[in-house]
Design a protein around this ligand. Structure first.
Ligand code: UD1
Ligand code: CA
Length: 454
């Protein structure tokens, strides 16, 4: 039986944030959320999250969590925090303890530690800069004897590069007994989880120390600078995955992933692109430089030119978007749609072959097949209180600089004269226009610079 305890009660003072540390984001998601996803891969019987500082915020961030929360009412240290979860764990269970601020650990690494069958096993790594981590002390036979926190280390101990990841595994009854023996006799006056190592060794138990190959995945984040390091590692991982899945990243180090991205084959992602939330890019999709694509699903063959911002949109066939288009939630574009520069579209459906090529706002609208919307066309969808719908039938042609005052319906194949303000339905197959007649002003002369009085 496997029980997992995640320590998430700390405030994270060093972050200087109104949010508890475990909610700080890596790749746009809370550190704790990453860890929970990884832990689920171990198929544990129960997950316990120890909460305290900002407990409500932590709970609120995990609406789908099916494990249990244990409360640590005072911040007395990691050992004390672990103990708060132990009452609900039966004797004989294996207990895996994880700090809540190490989001990058991979399931294989945790599994390798679980495969160790020692009474107590811990995961360590070699740090170039061990600052802030507990140092692993070993005896002449290379056996782990103790973990020394930085604050308590002698200068010589502080030079040790093998550091504690904070992850350990033990049998519940033994672990609980050691936790109950902890004393806060150290520089920080805390009950250190790490002291169970010395206690186990004192009981004549073997403590196995597994040194992970990849130090990067075990880094913790106590402050913003460390959080930025984790972000780098995470981004590198995401980029490698995108490339492994078949995408070309023209300048990998400038592509940012803040969510879950699925790519088909031969997707091309230009420089300085950010992908957020759930994003799906079908085969051959091209995302030009400088685009931000969030919560969107782009069908195979869709081309997004430079500097577009897409949020909550869907293309159901190959489309051409941008450059400089802003497409907002609820936009659905069928095959062959073209959206050009400086066009904003919100909550609208464009059928096959519809074109909005320049400088338009289309909101709360339905555009039929092969509709052509001229430059500068605006759907006036908002009366200050309510949003209204605009419907444009198949094959209609909207002349440039028209205002379509919703609710309004434009018939199939209708033509709207340029510059019109259309506030009544326009019938199919006819030209509708509202336009003051052009006139000439007799005797008007142009102001002349040369004649201007000083
Ligand atoms: C801890 C380890 C250190 C290890 C490092 C790895 C101890 C004493 N030290 O140090 O050996 O190298 O992690 O990153 O364990 N927490 C609580 N309640 C508390 C205190 C902390 O729930 O009273 C939680 C925090 O929210 C955090 C985790 O425990 O998620 C670790 O605490 P943190 O303060 O980050 O420990 P470190 O100083 O990094
Ligand atoms: Ca930490």
């Amino acid at each position: 039986m496997l029980h997992v305890i995640i320590l998430a009660a700390g405030e994270g003072k060093r972050m200087r944030s109104a949010q508890p540390k475990v909610l700080q984001p890596v790749g746009g998601r809370a550190m704790l959320a990453h860890l929970l996803e990884t832990v689920s891969g171990l198929k544990p019987d129960q997950v316990h999250i120890v909460i305290g500082q900002g407990a409500e915020m932590v709970q609120a961030s995990l609406p789908d969590f099916t494990g249990r929360f244990a409360h640590q009412t005072e911040r007395l240290g990691t050992g004390h925090a672990t103990l708060q979860a132990m009452d609900e764990i039966p004797a004989g269970a294996r207990v895996l303890v994880l700090p809540g601020d190490m989001p990058l650990v991979r399931v294989q690494t945790l599994q390798a530690l679980l495969d160790e069958r020692a009474p107590l096993s811990l995961l360590s790594f070699m740090a170039n800069d061990p600052t802030g981590y507990g140092r692993i002390l070993r005896d002449g036979q290379d056996r782990v004897t103790q973990i020394r926190e930085q604050a308590d280390a002698t200068p010589q101990e502080a030079m040790v590069k093998e550091v504690n990841s904070g992850v350990l595994v033990g049998e519940s009854a033994a672990l609980k007994a050691w936790l109950e023996q902890l004393v806060p006799r150290n520089a920080q006056g805390e009950y250190y989880l790490t002291d169970v190592v010395g206690l186990a060794v004192g009981d004549g138990q073997h403590v196995s120390g597994v040194i992970a190959d990849d130090a990067n995945e075990l880094m913790g984040a106590n402050d913003r600078a460390q959080l930025a390091l984790l972000e780098q590692v995470y981004q590198a991982r995401c980029r490698r995955q995108l490339m492994a899945d078949g995408a070309i990243l023209e300048d990998p180090s400038t592509v940012y992933v803040k969510g879950r991205v699925q790519v088909g084959q031969d997707v091309v992602i230009g420089p300085q692109v950010t992908l957020q939330g759930d994003v799906t890019l079908g085969d051959g999709v091209v995302i030009g430089p400088g685009c931000v694509v969030s919560e969107s699903d782009l069908a195979a063959g869709t081309e997004v030119k430079a500097h577009c911002v897409l949020e909550g949109i869907q293309t159901t066939g190959p489309c051409q978007l941008g450059p400089f288009a802003r497409l907002r939630p609820g936009t659905e574009l069928a095959s062959g749609v073209k959206v050009g520069n400086f066009v904003e579209i919100k909550k609208s459906k464009l059928a096959e072959g519809a074109k909005v090529s320049h400088l338009s706002y289309i909101g709360d609208a339905t555009l039929g097949q092969e509709v052509n919307v001229g430059a500068g066309t605006i759907t006036c969808n908002y009366d200050g209180v309510n949003k209204h719908h605009t419907r444009i039938g198949d094959g209609a042609f909207i002349g440039s600089n028209s205002s379509l005052v919703a609710p309004v319906s434009i018939g199939e194949r209708a033509v709207i004269g340029a510059g019109s303000v259309i506030s009544k339905d326009a019938p199919a197959d006819q030209l509708s226009l509202t336009r003051a007649p052009q006139r000439q002003i007799e005797g008007w002369t142009r102001p002349d610079k040369a004649k201007k009085k000083k």
